[in-house]
Design a protein around this ligand. Structure first.
Ligand code: IMP
Ligand code: MG
Length: 189
């Protein structure tokens, strides 16, 4: 059986433009993994992803990092189902690992205004880790509300609403293998 292709996905007709194919993403994730492997060798790395959008990226990135490491999940939500940020971030789940003295790499799907990462980083700092850095798959080119310690970026993208590879619009489209821009009529409906 051949693998499922995005064109078979019933949501595919909603896409206006594919920005990155599954092959583009996988080759960039492998590059990031190699860089993280060499930068964090000999340190006590904990990768922490932000629910829900970051978990697909985390799953692939972890398997591209060839040194021992732990992972944990934190729940944060800022969008209320629309395409623009509310500025208010709600923590829906805390981490469970003891992070004191650990080298934390926050793994996030997309950096937009920076509100979410700012709140998450402030919360993680309370545990006094040895270091906190950020790895974002997508970095939106737009003014930032907060200074974010962004160490690794997958792709710099224009300020457009994107879906796929974990990113949602009203909880759908997360299972697309590509990253794409939706047809405007989808979210103006
Ligand atoms: P920020 O707090 O404004 O930086 O927004 C970060 C969060 O908003 C991300 O974790 C995503 O969940 C969501 N987000 C931002 N831009 C997009 C997008 O283009 N598509 C889907 N979700 C997005
Ligand atoms: Mg998210």
């Amino acid at each position: 059986m051949s693998p499922i292709h995005d064109s078979e996905n019933e949501l595919f007709p909603d896409l206006a433009r594919v920005l990155y194919t599954s092959a583009d993403i996988s080759s960039r994730v492998n590059e990031l993994g190699r860089q993280i492997t060499s930068d964090y060798r000999g340190r006590s790395l904990v990768m922490i992803s932000i629910l829900k959008g970051g978990i697909i990226f985390l799953g692939d990135l972890m398997r591209a990092v060839a040194i021992p490491h732990a992972f944990d999940l934190i729940g944060a939500s800022s969008y209320k189902g629309g395409t623009s940020t509310s500025g208010k971030v709600i923590i829906t789940k805390d981490v469970t690992l003891d992070l004191r003295g650990k080298d934390i790499l926050v793994v996030e799907d997309i950096l937009d205004t920076g509100h979410t990462l700012n709140v998450v980083i402030e919360l993680l700092k309370i545990q006094e880790p040895a270091s906190i850095e950020v790895c974002c798959l997508l970095n939106k080119n737009r003014p930032r509300a907060h200074e974010i310690p962004l160490r690794y970026t997958g792709f710099d993208i224009p300020d457009e609403f994107v879906v796929g590879y974990g990113l949602d619009y009203r909880e759908l489209y997360r299972n697309l293998k590509c990253i794409a821009v939706l047809k405007p009529e989808v979210y103006s409906a």
